[in-house]
Design a protein around this ligand. Structure first.
Ligand code: ATP
Ligand code: MG
Length: 553
C-alpha cells in the first residue's frame, strides 16, 4: 500500500506506536467482524479494505470474526458466503477465523467479575419500564434494583443462565452513571435472556451478551490493537473503553471510527437487501443489480475495480454519498485494460450483401485488445449474410444519422465498406432484411480512393455466429436516495432495471466464454457470461457497464 493512501486512522496508529504504552511490543492487529445475518455488500468492502490494508501497511494481522452474539437472525448459510466474498476481494485472514460465540464462557466470567466489583447488577425492569425510566438530559435514569446486594445479583445471574426465567423477565446491567449525558452510559443492559437456539452454541446458552459489552471483549480476547468500525459506534466508545478498563482482559484495544460508505441509487443495509430478496423483487442476493459483493461479481465487477473504488474514495470521518457512476467508472477503467474486444449484436437484423458471392467466406485477423498487443489476435469470419444492430439502420434517416440508410456508405468494423441499397419488409411493415453492396477493394475497411466514410458499425457473420441472451441492467432505484428516513424505498424500485434481449447473436469466439470473464462488446459496453445461467448450450451475458462514462470528476 502506498504512503499517499495514509489517513487519520494511520495517524492515530503512528501516534500509538510512537508512544509505546499499551501497544509496546505488539503488532498492529485489526479484525473484520461481520454479523452472519446476510451477504456482504459494497459498504462492507470498505470496512474490509480499511481493516486489511491497515494491517498490511504495518506488517500486522487481520482476523476474520463472525460477530454472532445475537442468535435471532443469524444463519450458518451466510458464513461460507462471507468467506468466499472476502477471498474473492483478495483478502486473507490466514488461520485466524473466529466466532464471537466461542467466547460466551469468558464473557460470562467477565460479567460475574463486574458484579463482584459492584459494577453490574440484575435489574427486573421490563423493557418498557426501562424506557420510561431512562430520563432525559435534565433528569437522570432510575433503576430500583441498582443497589441490590452483590450476592443477590450473582445468584440471580446464575439462575438467569440456568434457564429459570422467561425472556425479558430480567437483565444484567452495567452500573455506570444514570445521569450521564451519553445515554449509552446510563447503566446499559449487558446481558439479556433469550431462550433461542444458537447456530454455533446450540442450546448451551439462554442468555446472550449485548453487542456493546461483547464487542470490546471479543477484541481484547483476540489481542486486537485497533478496532476499526463505522461512525455510528462513536457514541458507544466510552462504553467500549469502560468495559476494557473494568474487566481484567488480556489486551487493551482502541476503537477508531470511520465514515460509512453510502452510494446513490441503491440501498446499503442488509435488512433492506434481505427484504428485496425475500419479496422476490430481485432474483436473489446475487442478482446482478444488487450492491452485494456476490451480485457485483455476477454482474462482472472485478476485485481490482472494487479495491480501487475504495482506495480512491479515501477514509474520512464525515459520512457522504458516493456517486454510483464512480463505481462504474472504476470498473470501466479496469476492464478497458483487460477485456478482450469482441463483436455481438443484441437486437439483430439480417444484412445481405447482394454482390458478395454466395459460397464465399473470408476471415479477418483482428486484435483482441488494441490496448494490449500481447493479448494476441483472433479470426473472425465474414460472408454474404450478416447481422447488424437494428437501430443502426433507418430507412428514412433523421438529421445527423450517419449509419445505414439507403444510398449511404458505412464501414463494417475490420471488414469492408458497404453501401446500403434498400430493405425488405413484411406486409405489416416489419423490417426483415437490409440490402447492401460491398466494395471489394476496401478489404480491412479502408477505401481505395481515400473517400470518407463517417460511421463504423459492428456485425456478426450469420453462418458462424452463436445465439445468446443478453441482460441489460439499469439502476435498481429511480431516485438517488431511495432510503431517506421518511419514505419507503420499495416505492422507488426501477421497473426497467432489467431488460432481457433474448435473440442476440454473438461472434463464434464467445461460444466457450468462461463465466465471469469480461469482454468488451464493441460499441455496446462490457459484458460477462452469467455465472449461474450461462452454459455452452445457452449463452447468457450480463452487461457489466456501458461504455459511456457519466462520471464527472
Ligand atoms: P448493515 O447496516 O448493512 O446491516 P452492519 O453494520 O449491521 O451492516 P455488520 O455485519 O455488523 O453489518 O458489519 C461488519 C462491519 O462492516 C462493521 O465493522 C461495520 O461497521 C462495517 N460496515 C457495514 N456497512 C458499512 C458501510 N456502508 N460502510 C463502511 N463500513 C460498513
Ligand atoms: Mg452490525
Amino acid at each position: 500500500m502506498s504512503e499517499s493512501a495514509s489517513n487519520f486512522i494511520h495517524d492515530f496508529i503512528d501516534e500509538d506506536i510512537r508512544e509505546g504504552g499499551r501497544y509496546e511490543g505488539m503488532k498492529v492487529h485489526t479484525r473484520f467482524p461481520p454479523e452472519p445475518n446476510g451477504y456482504l455488500h459494497i459498504g462492507h468492502a470498505k470496512a474490509l479494505y480499511i481493516d486489511f490494508h491497515t494491517a498490511e501497511k504495518y506488517g500486522g494481522l487481520c482476523n476474520l470474526r463472525m460477530d454472532d452474539t445475537n442468535p435471532t437472525k443469524e444463519d450458518e448459510e451466510y458464513v461460507d458466503a462471507i468467506k468466499e466474498d472476502i477471498h474473492w476481494l483478495g483478502y486473507d485472514w490466514g488461520d485466524r477465523f473466529y466466532y464471537a460465540s466461542s467466547y460466551f464462557g469468558q464473557m460470562y466470567d467477565y460479567a460475574e467479575e463486574l458484579i463482584r466489583k459492584g459494577l453490574a447488577y440484575v435489574c427486573e425492569l421490563t423493557a418498557d419500564q426501562m424506557k420510561d425510566m431512562r430520563g432525559d438530559l435534565t433528569k437522570p435514569a432510575v433503576s430500583p434494583f441498582r443497589d441490590r446486594p452483590i450476592e443477590e445479583s450473582l445468584d440471580l445471574f446464575a439462575r438467569m443462565r440456568a434457564g429459570e426465567f422467561e425472556d425479558g423477565r430480567m437483565t444484567l446491567r452495567a452500573r455506570i452513571d444514570l445521569s450521564s449525558g451519553n445515554f449509552n452510559m446510563r447503566d446499559p443492559v449487558i446481558y439479556r435472556i433469550n431462550h433461542m437456539r444458537h447456530h454455533q452454541t446450540k442450546d448451551t446458552w439462554c442468555i446472550y451478551p449485548m453487542y456493546d459489552f461483547a464487542h470490546p471483549l471479543e477484541d481484547a480476547i483476540e489481542g486486537i490493537t485497533h478496532s476499526l468500525c463505522s461512525l455510528e459506534f462513536e457514541s458507544h466508545r466510552p462504553l467500549y473503553d469502560w468495559v476494557i478498563e473494568n474487566c481484567s482482559v488480556p489486551a487493551k484495544p482502541r476503537q477508531i471510527e470511520f465514515a460509512r460508505l453510502g452510494i446513490n441509487y441503491t440501498v446499503l443495509s442488509k435488512r433492506k437487501l434481505r427484504n428485496l430478496v425475500e419479496n422476490h423483487l430481485v432474483s436473489g442476493w446475487d442478482d446482478p443489480r444488487m450492491p452485494t459483493l456476490c451480485g457485483l461479481r455476477r454482474r462482472g465487477y472485478t476485485p481490482e475495480s472494487i479495491r480501487s473504488f475504495h482506495e480512491r474514495n479515501g477514509v474520512s470521518k464525515v459520512n457522504s454519498v458516493v456517486d454510483y457512476a464512480f463505481l462504474e467508472h472504476c470498473l470501466r477503467e479496469d476492464l478497458n485494460r483487460t477485456a478482450r474486444r469482441v463483436m455481438a449484436v443484441i437486437d439483430p437484423v439480417k444484412l445481405i450483401l447482394t454482390n458478395y458471392p454466395e459460397d464465399m467466406t473470408e476471415t479477418f485477423e483482428v486484435e483482441n485488445n488494441p490496448e494490449r498487443p500481447e493479448d494476441g489476435t483472433r479470426i473472425v469470419r465474414f460472408s454474404r449474410e450478416l447481422y447488424i444492430e437494428s437501430d443502426d439502420f433507418m430507412e428514412v434517416p433523421e438529421k445527423k444519422f450517419f449509419r445505414m440508410f439507403p444510398g449511404n456508405e458505412v464501414r463494417l468494423k475490420s471488414a469492408y465498406v458497404i453501401r446500403c441499397t434498400g430493405c425488405v419488409r413484411d406486409d405489416s411493415g416489419r423490417l426483415l432484411e437490409i440490402h447492401a453492396e460491398y466494395d471489394p477493394n476496401s478489404r480491412g475497411g479502408n477505401t481505395p480512393d481515400g473517400r470518407r466514410v463517417k460511421a463504423t458499425i459492428h456485425w456478426v457473420d450469420s453462418k458462424t455466429c452463436v445465439s445468446a441472451e443478453v441482460r441489460l441492467y439499469d439502476s435498481l432505484f429511480t431516485v438517488a436516495e431511495p432510503d431517506l428516513a421518511d419514505c419507503n424505498y420499495l416505492d422507488f424500485l426501477n421497473p426497467e432495471s432489467l431488460k432481457v434481449m433474448s435473440g442476440a447473436k454473438v461472434e463464434k469466439s464467445l461460444a466457450d466464454a468462461k463465466p465471469g470473464s469480461g469482454f468488451q462488446f464493441l460499441r455496446l459496453g462490457y459484458f460477462c457470461a452469467d455465472s449461474k445461467d450461462s452454459s455452452p448450450e445457452r449463452l447468457v451475458f450480463n452487461r457489466s457497464v456501458s461504455l459511456k462514462d457519466s462520471y464527472k470528476s
